[in-house]
Design a protein. Structure first.
Lengths: 329, 345
């Protein structure tokens, strides 16, 4: 079976009591993820897909973009990223409750011309609300130009995993993209509050207990770097962990290195993480990386009032050089 | 047919754990089963399908210290680091053992043999458990394996009512079983495991014709360039070698020579001195991974670099599906044959 975010189910077992919802509206339950409240009607309706395909066709035919990055059906259920260049290929596009991947990470591949001498390509991208925050992040860090990216914004009622809403979708209150060029679908009427309940158990632990918790989790890590590669915020040309001459870390695939890798990466995402949960979804070992990243989201949010990617404001603790260049720390 | 009850198995495993390092399926949290060293049978789980990773890490460890260089005043000493204690890998699947054939071809059967691998291979016994079924992504039967194939194991166990059917395969397997309480049973029949659909695989010399297809760059587009597929693969055997300082003081300098898994899918894999990267594009890298498995490796070393375990299919976050790839390449080949036949007539 093509990998689904089944970690949510597993987290669900252990962490279900965190998913306390602050709303009295009977729209969410922990058992079935959603019930038939109007905002949660399954939006896999044909007309949304048709709207997306029509927009993609228009953009490709008019030459506005050369590529549409979207979702298509995967081989064994679910969806996968698709790159459409030909207007006749738009029928491959799908939009349903299994469009998990954060596609914005692929914008990094479109920052340069495909061939020398050509222009930087214009692309369109299907963008869920959570993923849209990554576009703001990339804009604020000077990675992409707004005019090169056409954002097909998707109103989102949350993604499903094995019949339930994914854990991050249960607490999500960003239901339409924070920026878009066209919006597909109506904003679902959902009222939940993200009060960081998912962190409560860890925060209740002593430092030593927390250390042991993480060492147990990191023990399964194989340093495959899927988390880093999937993360739209991890785009250094040469990552510290890929350097042959790194003085910070050895090449061993052993616990001290794994521990260092994950904490190092989390620190680099502090204030930048857009909470798309992609790192946790792609982890083959179900390491609950969102707990690590969201702890820092919470700290930065409380101390500095900043939440990664909600606007194009740069992270509060970057250096802005005299010429406007943004330098991270 | 030989039969071992559950209690006999437990006793046998506990005895093995006393004299050797016993490696067996263990629950490592959140439902993940890894092959790990265990102290005894109580740590073992028998409820699993495929362990997350194959058994290759016990022959070709993800992190292997090959030697240590020790410098004290002006004296330099080299210390070998070889596996001393024998080990038994219990509970691996037939495809995991099949995967070692690819490792043997490179590390053991070709001169100069790799001393560390060869030593590990000699000191390792493989006690496999037949798969109770072929899971959705399994296609071992398309590549010469089978869910109940004993060929590359020392002992094959098959779950039956009340215990396991026991098939010793090698002399080492026979010797290993000497201390086990085994009964001779006449009316034991092994389960018939339904087979998955066959996947067409082109012969090694049919692949080069498809090297320049646009398919590869399109396939590579969604690749994340992580190392996941290669790390879970029972046959991928690329490594990086580096000398890492462990201690550096005035009276003592310690350096370890380390061999660590590497992956051709990673962006920096082909970067050489001076910074040039001869495989900078994702499509080139994913193509290399598959050509290595089905074209280069069989040509240069004999065995295929794939045993059809399906792990890479299960773990890939962007659904790069090796079975879909094989079907696509086969279709491209058929199309090419048709075009050529039409040109001739």
């Amino acid at each position: 079976m093509f990998r689904r975010p089944h970690q949510c189910r597993q987290l669900g077992g252990e962490f279900h009591h965190f998913l306390r919802l602050t709303t009295a509206r009977p729209c969410l339950t922990q058992d079935n993820g959603f019930v038939s409240s109007a905002g949660y009607v399954h939006e896999e309706e044909t007309h949304l897909i048709e709207q997306i395909r029509a927009k993609a066709r228009e953009l490709l035919e008019s030459g506005r973009v050369s590529c549409v990055i979207g979702y298509e059906a995967a081989t064994r259920g679910g969806t996968r990223p698709a790159f459409i260049y030909d207007p006749d290929g738009v029928d491959r596009l799908v939009w349903n409750r299994e469009c998990y991947a954060n596609l914005t990470t692929f914008l990094h591949d479109k920052k340069k011309p495909a061939r020398r001498g050509e222009e930087v390509p214009n692309v369109a991208i299907m963008t869920k609300p959570c993923d849209s925050r990554a576009i703001n992040l990339l804009l604020s860090e000077g990675q992409i130009s707004r005019d090169k990216v056409y954002i097909i914004g998707l109103a989102c009622g949350g993604m499903m995993a094995e019949g339930n809403l994914q854990a991050p979708c249960l607490r999500c209150n960003v239901r339409i993209p924070v920026l878009y060029d066209t919006l597909i679908g109506d904003p679902p009427d959902i009222d939940v509050t993200d009060d960081f309940e998912d962190l409560a158990e860890l925060e209740g632990m002593s430092a030593e207990e927390r250390l042991q918790f993480w060492l147990r989790e990191f023990d399964r890590c194989i340093r495959c770097y899927a988390c880093r590669q999937a993360c739209p915020g991890c785009y250094c040309n040469v990552c510290e962990f890929d350097r042959d001459d790194s003085l910070w870390i050895g090449m061993q695939i052993e616990l001290p290195q794994k521990y260092f890798f994950h904490t190092f990466r989390a620190m680099h995402l502090a204030g930048r993480c857009v909470e798309c949960n992609e790192c946790e979804r792609v982890c083959p070992m179900d390491i609950p990386l969102s707990l690590l990243n969201r702890k820092l989201v919470k700290e930065v949010s409380e101390l500095l009032g900043h939440r990664g990617g909600m606007t194009t404001d740069p992270v509060p603790f970057v250096t802005i050089l005299a010429d406007g260049e943004v330098s991270l720390i | 047919m030989m039969f071992m009850s559950h209690s006999s198995l437990t006793a046998w495993l506990d005895e093995l754990a006393g004299e050797r390092t016993l490696i067996a399926p263990r629950d490592v949290g959140r439902g993940h089963i890894h092959l790990r060293p265990v102290a005894g049978s109580s740590e073992i789980t028998l409820e699993y399908d495929r362990p997350d990773l194959s058994a290759k890490e016990f022959l070709f460890p993800h992190t292997e210290r090959l030697m240590q260089v020790e410098k004290r005043s002006d004296q330099v000493t080299l210390h070998d680091r070889f596996l001393e204690k024998g080990q038994v890998v219990f509970g691996l699947r037939p495809c995991d053992a099949h995967g070692l054939v690819a490792l043997d071809a490179l590390f053991r059967d070709r001169e100069p043999a790799d001393a560390h691998y060869t030593r590990r291979r000699q000191k390792t016994a493989l006690v496999g458990i037949a798969c109770p079924q072929m899971w959705e992504s399994c296609f071992c039967t398309s590549l010469g394996g089978a869910p109940d194939d004993p060929t590359h194991l020392d002992v094959l166990l098959t779950a039956v009512e009340g215990g396991y059917a026991v098939q010793p395969v090698t002399n080492q397997g026979e010797a290993l079983l000497a201390s086990a309480a085994i009964e001779e049973v006449t009316d034991l029949s092994l389960p018939d495991i339904p087979r998955n659909e066959q996947v067409p695989v082109l012969a090694a010399d049919q692949w080069p014709a498809h090297f320049d297809q646009e398919y590869w760059s399109r396939l590579g587009e969604r690749c994340l360039s992580c190392k996941l597929c290669t790390f879970v693969c029972p046959t991928c055997r690329c490594f990086d070698l580096r000398d890492e300082p462990v201690a550096s003081r005035t009276d003592l300098v310690l350096i370890e020579r380390m061999r660590v898994w590497d992956a051709c899918t990673a962006p920096n894999y082909r970067t050489i001195a001076g910074g040039h990267n001869s495989r900078p594009l994702k499509g080139q890298r994913i193509r290399n991974r598959y050509y290595c498995k089905f074209c280069y490796y069989p040509k240069d070393f004999g065995p295929l670099g794939c045993v059809g375990c399906g792990r890479c299919i299960d773990v890939c976050p962007v659904n790069i599906d090796i079975v879909e790839m094989l079907n696509t390449v086969y279709a491209m080949h058929q199309e090419r044959d048709t075009v050529e036949a039409e040109a001739e007539t």
